[in-house]
Structures are given as C-alpha cells and as structure tokens.
Design a protein around this ligand. Structure first.
Ligand SMILES: Nc1ncnc2c1ncn2[C@@H]1O[C@H](COP(=O)(O)OP(=O)(O)OP(=O)(O)O)[C@@H](O)[C@H]1O
Length: 236
C-alpha cells in the first residue's frame, strides 16, 4: 500500500506540489495521470526517498521509504529507464543490485527470464534498445519480489507486444495482492489496465477513485482527463 498525505514541495517561489494526498491500494493498479509538469515525477521522487518534501508524508507499506532497511524487497521502482551503468552487462547490473540489497543472486536469472531478457543477459547496457532497457529496469524492480511497484512511464519505448506484456505483468502483480502505481501520459494504455485513477494538474489532485467513477459522465478517459485538467487551468 502507498499512502501520500498532504505532500507539499516548493521550488523557489513555486509550489510544485500543493497538499497532494492519495492512496494506492493492494490488489489494484493505480494510474497517476497528469499533463507535463503537473507534479507526477516530483511526487514519485519523494515517495522513493530521492527528494524531501517541504510538508506532508509519503509512506510505502506503512513507513517512509528511507526507513526501509532493504527497500527493494518492499518496493520495486523504475524512474527514467534502467538506471544501469552503460559498460555493465544486464546480468552484472542485476547481480550488483541483488548483492547490495540482500537479495539472493539466484533471483537474477529468474527475473531475466520473466522480462524476456535471458538472451540479452550478456549484452552491455549501452547497447540495449530503448525497449530492452525498459525491460531491464523492470527486471531490477522485480528482483526483490516486492509487494509494491512504482513505475514512471513504464511503456515508453516498448512496442505493441511489449506494451501488452507489461500490462499483463502489472495485472498479474495486482491480482496476486500487490500494489501497482504507474504514471503515464498514454491514456489508452492506462484505460486498459488501471483499476483506480489519480489525476494531478498544476500540483494538485483534481480527481481520485475507481476508473469508472472518475470517468462517469465522460465519453472516454481522454475526455475526462482533458475536462478535469482544463478546469484546473481555469480555476487558477
Ligand atoms: N529540480 C527542479 N528544479 C526546479 N523545478 C523543478 C525541478 N524538478 C521539477 N521542477 C518543476 O516542478 C514542476 C513539476 O515537475 P514534475 O517533473 O514533477 O512534473 P511531471 O508531472 O512529472 O511532468 P512530466 O510528465 O513532464 O514528466 C514543473 O514545473 C517542473 O518544471
């Protein structure tokens, strides 16, 4: 479970997160949607202990990320691609992540197979395609068999097969009782996999709840998204 309460973040004179609150529940895929610059990455960075808020709290499995002793065993994440050194092979990168996070090294071959990278295990990260790099990022996220997955734009660079594959993977994770929070600007993809939606615009949450409730009265998720985010612009 993920709990975000009253999160505020200022950058100079600007308030980029303004009392942001929402939850992502176990058993559900929660999509975090918002236009460019709305505050999605800022929220996820605080949730993952990469940045500090000016106010409020972000908890994963009941505690702030920085208090987790072996965070990868509780929450797997992917922000900005695989985050691996270009000169390492995919397998070496995962072995290094496993060793530094108290994860059995046997998991490396399991996740390589799970994300369809067994063949590319000896390829250097710098030579991987964008989509293959995304798969490596996911492999690292899955390594510690975490309950929670936090993924920033996970379908970037994936082909249609890859998009279907990740959708199935996220669905299976949630169906097994896990928590999934993914940010995306690809509304078609989100509509196909999300149970719950959280919509952010200009640093504030403008809608949150089950997909069918948030989109009730609109022809599509896209219509709902534009209406919800546009009303925030007008209200400013
Ligand atoms: N390091 C930083 N210094 C100053 N301003 C920043 C910094 N990081 C983000 N911002 C600003 O904070 C606001 C929120 O940015 P953020 O990256 O969280 O949005 P986002 O919803 O993830 O957008 P995108 O979809 O484009 O990734 C933006 O106005 C951005 O310019």
């Amino acid at each position: 479970m993920i709990q975000i309460d009253d999160l505020t973040k200022r950058r100079g004179p600007r308030t980029v997160l303004d009392r942001v609150s929402f939850t992502a529940e176990p058993g559900q895929v929660t999509a975090f949607l918002g236009p460019n610059g709305a505050g999605k990455s800022s929220t996820l960075r605080i949730l993952l202990g990469l940045d500090r808020p000016d106010g409020g709290t972000a908890r994963v499995a009941g505690v702030p990320y920085r208090r987790l002793r072996y965070p990868l065993r509780t929450v797997g994440s992917m922000l900005d691609g695989p985050g691996a050194h270009r000169s390492r092979t995919a397998r070496d990168h995962l072995r290094w992540v496993a060793r530094t996070h108290g994860i059995p090294v046997r998991r490396v071959d399991e996740v390589l197979a799970q994300v369809g990278l067994a063949e590319a295990a000896r390829v250097r990260v710098g030579r991987l395609s964008l989509g293959t790099g995304q798969r490596l990022g996911l492999a690292a996220a899955l390594l510690g068999e975490p309950e929670v997955l936090v993924l920033d734009e996970p379908v970037n660079g994936l082909d249609p097969d890859g998009i279907r594959w990740i959708r199935d993977l996220l669905r299976a994770h949630a169906d097994a009782g896990g928590t999934v929070l993914l940010s995306s600007h690809l509304m078609g993809e989100v509509a196909g996999v999300a149970d719950d939606l959280v919509v952010i615009a200009d640093g504030r949450i403008v809608a949150a709840g089950p997909l069918d409730r948030v989109t009730a009265g609109y022809r599509s998720l896209e219509d709902a998204f534009f209406a919800l985010t546009a009303s925030r612009e007008v209200a400013r």
